[in-house]
Design a protein around this ligand. Structure first.
Ligand code: ATP
Ligand code: FE
Length: 338
């Protein structure tokens, strides 16, 4: 089948076309309007989606070399995300579905992040897709979860954050250092120039496979507060070490629980997904675990780490084959249980 994917859950408007599992196009319009506010402003996001959606979808079809008439189904992100943003993609999908008389398939944004591993490129090196069951560490701006993926439609969250997400920890700490938004990529860049052992930030003691990042955030803030009293230039002088230590601590927290889960469940196929999977330190930690524990690891190409419609179309493909269809009455959901 040829499937159009539409993603509008947060601040990226994206459309993609898949033929089978092969990606024909993936167009993303990121919204610059939020930078000045240090975070995503929901009202501005939905307005920008409205401006972007038509040109983005047209461009995705054009680059794929197909017309709307060639499409077999439309996959769209129904949630979780910002309601106003989700409404734009959902309503657009409904309109197109009616106009073309083709089915709609709803997609859970978090499942889509996980299924990004199954996207195939039309040319270039073939990547192996994970085999079921596998574990996926989903680390993004809003979520940090360990997911047991039994099939494309059977995913169980076995551990998740009880407070902040990993990406949020990066973003919030970056914000107090004045590094802008989103801070994750900036922290990553500065971390490569610093000493990861310079500051021993606190790590949580949580039972099971759950995560917590609020203690780390507090410990980071207290370090800044105490040091700035002694030296007002502390952040400027030590930002590389601060970033390296922050990143190191986040990765240690993430990998410890993932290691435990892999061991307990006897699963050695381990994937990572979501915006934070772009982090080079986390990618190195995965490579290191592959060597040390015989894991077969799956790391998505950078283009499929943060929000994109290719992963939505990929999820749509699996659901379409399973015969799942979505009614025109469907409304977006802001939060979900998987
Ligand atoms: P969700 O998918 O949970 O709804 P989201 O879609 O907002 O959240 P993503 O777009 O998947 O999240 O990821 C964005 C997050 O990834 C941000 O917190 C950003 O700082 C973080 N991020 C991106 N690149 C890096 C990097 N290189 N290192 C660390 N964090 C990064
Ligand atoms: Fe996302």
């Amino acid at each position: 089948p040829i499937i159009l994917g539409i993603e509008s859950s947060c601040d990226d408007t994206s459309a993609a076309v898949l033929r089978g599992r092969t990606l024909l196009s993936n167009v993303i319009a990121s919204q610059a309007v939020h930078t000045a506010y240090g975070g995503v402003v929901p009202e501005l996001a939905s307005r920008a989606h409205e401006q972007n959606i038509v040109p983005v979808v047209s461009e995705a079809l054009r680059r794929a070399g197909v017309t709307a008439r060639d499409l077999d189904a439309i996959a769209f992100t129904r949630g979780p995300g910002l309601l106003g943003s989700l409404l734009v993609g959902t309503n657009f999908a409904k309109g197109l579905s009616l106009a073309l008389d083709i089915p709609m398939v709803e997609v859970n944004h978090l499942h889509a992040h996980v299924l990004a591993h199954f996207i195939e490129e039309p040319e270039g090196e073939k990547r192996d897709a994970p085999e079921f069951p596998f574990l996926c560490l989903l680390v993004s701006g809003g979520n940090s979860q360990i997911i047991l993926v039994r099939s494309a439609s059977d995913m169980q969250i076995i551990g998740q954050t009880i407070d902040d997400a990993a990406g949020e920890a990066f973003d919030k700490c970056a914000k107090v250092m004045g590094l802008g938004y989103p801070g994750g990529p900036v922290v990553n860049r500065l971390a490569s120039l610093g000493n990861p052992k310079a500051f021993p930030f606190s790590k949580p003691h949580i039972a099971g496979y759950d995560y917590s990042f609020s203690g780390l955030k507090t410990s980071f803030l207290y370090t800044l507060r105490d040091e700035l009293v002694k030296n007002p230039n502390f952040i400027e002088e030590r930002k590389e070490d601060l970033c390296a230590s922050l990143q190191h601590t986040v990765i240690e927290i993430l990998m410890k629980k993932l290691r435990q889960a892999a061991k307990d469940l006897g699963i050695r196929q381990v994937a990572v997904a979501g915006g934070v999977s772009a982090n080079t330190g986390l990618r190195e930690a995965f490579a290191d675990h592959a060597r040390r524990y015989g894991w077969k690891i799956f790391i998505p190409p950078f283009a499929y780490t943060t929000d994109n419609a290719a992963m939505v179309a990929m999820n749509g493909y699996f659901s379409f084959l399973e015969g799942k269809r979505c009614s025109l009455e469907a409304v977006p959901f802001a939060r979900v249980m998987m």
